[in-house]
Ligand binder design. Sequence first.
Ligand code: HEM
Length: 506
Amino acid sequence: MFLVEVVSEEATDLHNEVDVLFESVSVLSTSDMETDFGAHSDVDVDVELTIQSTWPTPVESMIPSTLATTAESTIHVITSLSHHKNTMATVPGSIGLPLVSDKSYTFYKDPVKFAEQNFEYYRSRTFCARFLNTPTIFIGSNALLHEVLQEKQQYMELGYKSFLEGIYGDNILFTEGEVAESLRQALSFTLDHIEFYKDIVQRYGMNFMHIPVIPHCIYKLFKQITTEICLSLFLGLDFTQERDAAETIVSLTTEHWHGIISFPVSFKLPMMSASSYKKALAAKVKLLEVIRVRRSDSKSSFFEKLHSAMSSEQISDDRIVNNHLLLFTSALVPKAIASILTSLTLELGKEDKLQVQKEVCSNSHLLDTYIMETVRLYPPFFAGRRIIKDKFDAGGYHFPEGYAVMYLTYATHRDPATFDRPDHFLPERWKDGSAIDKSGLFSFGSGSRSCLGQTLVVDIIKITTEILFSQCRVTIPDRQNLSHKWLPVSRPKCDVQVKFDRRQPQ
Ligand code: HEM
C-alpha cells in the first residue's frame, strides 16, 4: 500500500482530482474519510489517500497523467505503507480506466483462459479487473467464496439488474431486503409443494422409449425434454394435446433467450446484438400475454399455490406472479437442466462406466455422487455476480463499496486447495456423504440468495437419468470433438452424438 498526497487550491478542483484518481485506483481509505469537500470551498485542502497498488505495477505509473500535470494541484507518492493501520491486503490486479481498460470482451471470448491467466499472473485466485465497465473483484478461491456468500451477503446486492431487468421485468433477482425475503418464502413454499412433478417428468422422460436407435445430439435431445417438462410444470402445457400452442411458446422462449445473451452495453461484446435485444423484448410481451391467458383459463394447482403464496401485502401483484412464471418458463432453466443431464450422460457414457449405468438406476446414493461430481466439474453457469453496497473485509482482503464481485463457480470448483485432483471426474470423493463437506459446491449459489429450485432440479435429473439408463445402454461413438464451452450455459462445443441401445426386458 502507498500513501498518496493530493493538494489542491480549490475544493472543487480537489474533488475532480479525487474523482479521477478514484477511477484509476482503488482508494482504501483517506486521511479524513468524512471530509466534505463542499464545506472547504475557499481553503486549501490536503487529503492523504491510501490507495491500492495495482501490483506489480509501480504506484507512480497508475496516477493519471492529466492529474499529475494539473497546475493547481499536485499529487505525489509519499511513502510505501506496509505498516499502515488497515491490515487488510488489497486484491491484486488493475481496474484501469473506464472503457479502455475493460476486460469484458476477453472474458466472454474465453472465460477459462481469462481466469487461469489472471490466477497465474497475480499468483492469486482472487484478482480485480474492469468488467462490464465496473471495477470487479473476481473470486476463484473456494474458501473465500464460501465466506463471502455465507457471511457477507448483507453487504452486497445481486448484480443482474443492470442487464437482465429489461428482459425479465420485476422479479426476485432484482429485489433486496424484506421484499426479497417475502418472495423467497412464497416461492419456496410453492416449489416445495409441487406434488405432480414426478408424473410429468416420468411422462416426458418416457419419450426415451420411442427414440430410434440411431445417434442423437445429446444436448438437443435433453433440451427438448427439459423444455417440455418445464412448460408443463409451470404453464400447465400439454405437449401431446396442444401442439400448436407448444410450438408458438417454444419459439417465443427462444427469441426471448437471444435477448438474455444480447443485453445492451456501451461496447461491443461477442454474442450480443441490439436487434436481438429488441426482438426479445417483443417476445417477452407476447409470453406474458400467454401466461396471463393461461392463468385465467386454467385451474392449475401450481398457479393457485403461487398466487395464494404471493398474496402478502408486499408482493400481492399479478404482474409479479406473471413475471416469476416468465422467469421459470424462459429458456434459461431448461437449458441449465439439460446442461447437467448432458454432462452426466457423457461421463456415464464413457467405456469404463458402462456397468455403472445400470447401478445408478438402483442405487440412489451412487447417483447422487455422480450428480455432485457433474455439477462440480461442469457447473451450468460459469459465474455469479454481486454489487458491493457497503465495504467489507473477507479472507484477508478488502472489498470496496461500489465494486462488483464476480464469483467464478467453475474456478472455485477446481480450486486445488479444496479438491484433490481437481480436474478429474471422481464421484467417489462424495461417497461418504455425511463426512464430505458439500458447502464447497456453488452451482446453485450459496447462502441467503441460493437457488430455490435446487431440490426440484436434482429430482428432475434423478428421475430422468433413472428412466434413461434403465431403458437404454448409452454409448458415445468415437472420433467426436468432446470439448466444452462455458457461456452462456455450459455444454459441449459441438453437437456430440450419443447412441441409445434399448435394453432387453429381464
Ligand atoms: C439446473 C438448473 C438451475 C441452476 C443451475 C440454478 C442456479 C441458480 C443459481 C446459481 C442461483 C443463485 C444466483 C446467485 O448467487 O447470484 C439461483 C437462484 C435462483 N434460482 Fe435457480 N437454478 C436452476 C433452476 C432453477 C429452477 C427450476 C427454479 C424455480 C423453478 C429456480 C429458481 C431460482 C430462484 C427464484 C433464484 C433466486 C433466489 C434469490 O434471488 O434469492 N432455479 N439459481
